[in-house]
Design a protein around this ligand. Structure first.
Ligand code: CA
Length: 225
C-alpha cells in the first residue's frame, strides 16, 4: 500500500516517512508544489498526506488536479493551526480528512489506516472474496477461516489483486503498488514473478476459491473459481 507525503518541512517529512515505513507502507515524498503535481500525475496512491502551504504553489491546487483527473486517492490534509479556511476548502475539494499540526504520529497512523480501509472496503474491517478473507489492518489473511501464512509483500500483492478483482493488472503496476517508484524495474519484475508464483501455490494448497491467472506478456488477474 502506497502513500505520498507532500510536505516542505524536511524534518516533518522525514519523521512522517519513517513512521509510516515502520508501519510497512511504501512511502514516496514530494517537497514542493511541482514535484507533488508530477507525482500525482504519474502514479496512484492509496493515501496522500497533503500540506497546503508549499514552495511554488498551494496544496489546494494539487487537490483540484486530482479532481480534474477523476482520481480516488484518499487525501488527508496536514494543515497549520490557524488555517480553518484551507481545511474547509480542502474538504469541499474532495479531501477525506484533515489533521492539524502539530499532531501525534500515532494519530496520523490511525487516520491513514482508517482512510485506506474506507477507500478499499467501504468501512469494512475485512475484504472477502469467495472463501478468502483479507484483513488489511494487521495484514493477515484466511481461507475458510484457517490462517493463510503470507509474507508482507505477498499480502500486499494479494490485497492489490483483491481490490481489483477480474481486472488484468500489468506487472509494472504491481511492482509500483508494492515497491513504489524508487525501485529497479528489472529486479522488481523478477521478484513479482516469484512472489506471484508463491502466492498461487499457497492459494492452491489451501484450496482458496480464487486464482491468479497469468496474462501472457502483460500481467495477472485474480478470478473467483
Ligand atoms: Ca508547508
Amino acid at each position: 500500500m502506497k502513500i505520498l507525503i507532500v510536505e516542505d518541512e524536511q524534518a516533518m517529512r522525514e519523521t512522517i516517512c519513517t513512521s509510516l515505513q515502520k508501519e510497512k507502507f511504501v512511502v514516496e515524498t514530494a517537497s514542493d508544489f511541482s514535484s507533488a503535481m508530477c507525482k500525482v500525475n504519474d502514479y496512484d496512491y492509496d493515501c496522500i498526506l497533503l500540506d497546503i502551504m508549499l514552495p511554488g504553489g498551494s496544496g489546494l491546487d494539487v487537490l483540484r488536479e486530482l479532481k480534474r483527473l477523476h482520481r480516488s486517492d484518499s487525501v488527508l490534509i496536514l494543515s497549520a493551526k490557524d488555517s480553518l479556511e484551507d481545511k474547509v476548502t480542502g474538504l469541499e475539494l474532495g479531501a477525506d480528512d484533515y489533521l492539524t499540526k502539530p499532531f501525534h504520529l500515532a494519530e496520523l497512523n490511525a487516520r491513514v489506516k482508517s482512510l485506506i480501509r474506507r477507500r478499499h472496503s467501504k468501512g469494512e474491517i475485512s475484504l472477502t472474496l469467495g472463501n478468502l478473507t483479507l484483513f488489511p489492518d494487521d495484514r493477515s489473511a484466511s481461507v475458510s477461516g484457517q490462517a493463510l501464512q503470507l509474507n508482507r509483500k505477498e499480502f500486499d500483492l494479494l490485497y492489490y489483486f483483491a481490490v481489483n478483482p477480474n481486472r488484468v493488472i500489468h506487472r509494472t503496476s504491481l511492482a509500483e503498488s508494492v515497491w513504489g517508484d524508487n525501485i529497479d524495474q528489472a529486479d522488481s519484475l523478477d521478484f513479482i514473478y516469484s512472489q506471484v508464483k508463491n502466492l498461487r501455490k499457497k492459494l492452491k494448497q489451501t484450496e482458496a476459491s480464487v486464482e491468479l491467472k497469468a496474462v501472457y506478456g502483460f500481467g495477472y488477474k485474480l478470478t473467483l473459481l
